[in-house]
Design a protein around this ligand. Structure first.
Ligand code: ADP
Ligand code: ZN
Ligand code: MG
Length: 480
């Protein structure tokens, strides 16, 4: 058996659909899910004689993305024709970019559990999306829907800097977060507005040459990206160990079997006969324009995470999670403005709120709970009006009924019992109905104390003030 260790090398090509209202070279709508071919015109259906006009916003969004990922913005950039034949591409070529992309030489930082790692971005270019072939549900026929043809895309190409599947998905998550923070892409992987082709190879540890890479497609979630890559690492290593060659090819991830299957051998750039697009002028973005775009970039996830740690004293874990989505970070900061303690608010958001979101499959944008609602609840806990335990049920009730905490507490009679007289009476009752336990506890069986706390809580339906109960119980069990 060979004992060579292998190193994995991964580079991602991420396609992000830009959040423009109209397509890249015509005025058709980019809306998702409308009847097939209802959003088309002579330009995006490739009619002879029609001419493209660039949507300025697509260029602006791409420059914004380049700036947010530390790229340099090319002073001179142009489109290129990528020629290939496929039924979903009516012109017979895709307008893309080749030798002069809009952005180059950037990076993003990730942390997949081994500290911060910098992942290089080779380039970001603009291109148009193709249509969609539909093969299901139409008997022996296939259909072509051109609603997506001409929708603006960015292709973000990484350097082969990723070293395992976890890093690949961490990188993808970081990119998604940045794109959503700057509002250029909705990041919806299920609907395909964020997609990735993953290139992967393995090589003996210590080797300086890369192995032959395979391109993986068809992974529409972070989980599948990771799974497909994990499968492929194993497949490639075992092939090499068995003395079999790795072919440069495109393989499709199959969700059902959990394997990758060969689709076709990989094309080379010269197969596409790229040449500069003659129907569009090159662009030379003015420096002032680029600076205007830069100044409109909001605080990005990494900076926000660091600020949450330094300004609010949050643990790294909390800060990372709370800044993963801009809307979530804003929701959290809103609670602080209203007077919440950072760690208390963070605990409730990461615990109860996220749990309910997961149950309902919704995100922060659709939250029925408001920052003001959470702060109201936190204040009631601090004031001792309700116990922390009861607060959890009140929280869930607020979330589900959209009533205020005060309304729920009043309706259900949930006010915390802190009165020593009232609690003292309950404790006396509990002690006298448990003579055996009382004796053992008094004889030194200290762990029975918890039993008494539980009994008192039960008798008060969870409304007893734990601090007061503890104090009174100690006294009474000591016979005072
Ligand atoms: P191609 O010419 O096949 O398009 P590129 O060199 O342009 O290949 O790279 C495409 C993507 O593949 C990039 O994200 C790059 O980082 C990645 N890549 C290149 N070589 C390798 C390799 N040997 N192993 C894994 N990924 C690679
Ligand atoms: Zn059109
Ligand atoms: Mg390439």
């Amino acid at each position: 058996m060979s004992t060579i260790k292998f190193e994995t090398v991964i580079g991602l090509e991420v396609h992000a659909q830009l959040l423009t209202e109209s397509k890249i070279f015509c005025g058709c709508s980019t809306k998702f899910g409308l009847p097939p071919n209802s959003q088309t015109c002579p330009v995006c259906t490739g009619m002879p004689g029609s001419l493209p006009v660039l949507n300025e916003k697509a260029l602006l969004f791409t420059i914004k993305t380049g700036l947010a990922t530390n790229c340099s913005i090319s002073p001179f950039s142009r489109f290129a024709r990528k020629n290939y034949f496929y039924p979903d591409l009516p012109k017979g070529y895709q307008i893309s970019q080749y030798e002069l992309p809009v952005c180059e030489h950037g990076h993003v930082d990730i942390n997949a559990g081994e500290g911060t790692r910098r992942i290089g971005i080779t380039r970001i270019h603009i291109e148009e999306d193709a249509g969609k072939n539909i093969h299901e549900g139409a008997g022996p026929y296939s259909f072509v829907d051109l609603n997506r043809a001409g929708v603006p895309l960015m292709e973000i190409v990484s350097e082969p800097d990723l070293r395992n599947p976890k890093e690949a998905s961490a990188y993808m998550r970081k990119l998604r977060a940045i794109l959503r923070y700057i509002g250029v892409c909705d990041g919806n992987m299920e609907q395909g507005s964020l997609r990735c082709d993953a290139n992967i190879s393995v090589r003996p540890e210590g080797s300086t040459r890369f192995g032959t890479k395979v391109e993986l497609k068809n992974m529409n979630s972070f989980k599948f990206v990771e799974k497909a890559l994990e499968y492929e690492v194993k497949r490639q290593i075992s092939a090499i160990k068995n003395g079999e060659p790795i072919f440069q090819e495109t393989r499709l991830w199959d969700t059902v079997t959990g394997t990758t299957q060969s689709m076709r051998s990989k094309e080379e750039a010269h197969d596409y006969r790229y040449f500069p697009e003659p129907d569009l002028v090159p662009f030379m973005p003015a420096k002032e324009w680029v600076e205007d775009i830069r100044s409109a970039i909001p605080e990005l996830p990494d900076a926000r995470r660091e600020r949450f740690i330094s300004d609010y004293g949050l643990p790294e874990y909390d800060a990372e999670l709370l800044t993963s989505e801009k809307a979530l970070a804003e929701w959290f900061e809103e609670t602080l403005k209203l007077g919440a303690q950072p760690k208390a608010a963070s605990n409730w958001i990461m615990g109860e709120l996220m749990r309910l979101f997961n149950e309902d499959g919704i995100s922060i944008e659709e939250s029925p709970m408001t920052p003001a609602g959470l702060v109201e609840l936190l204040k009631l806990i601090d004031a001792g009006t309700i116990s922390g335990k009861i607060a959890k049920t009140v929280f869930e009730d607020m979330y589900k009924s959209r009533k205020t905490a005060a309304e729920i507490i009043k309706e259900k009679g949930l006010v915390q019992i802190s009165g020593t007289e009232e609690l003292g009476a309950v404790i006396d009752q509990v002690i006298s109905s448990n003579p055996g336990e009382t004796e053992r506890c008094r004889a030194g069986e200290e762990k029975l104390f918890g039993f008494f706390v539980g009994q008192v809580m039960k008798a008060t339906k969870g409304k007893g003030n734990p601090a007061v109960i503890n104090e009174l119980l100690k006294k009474k069990l000591a016979g005072q």
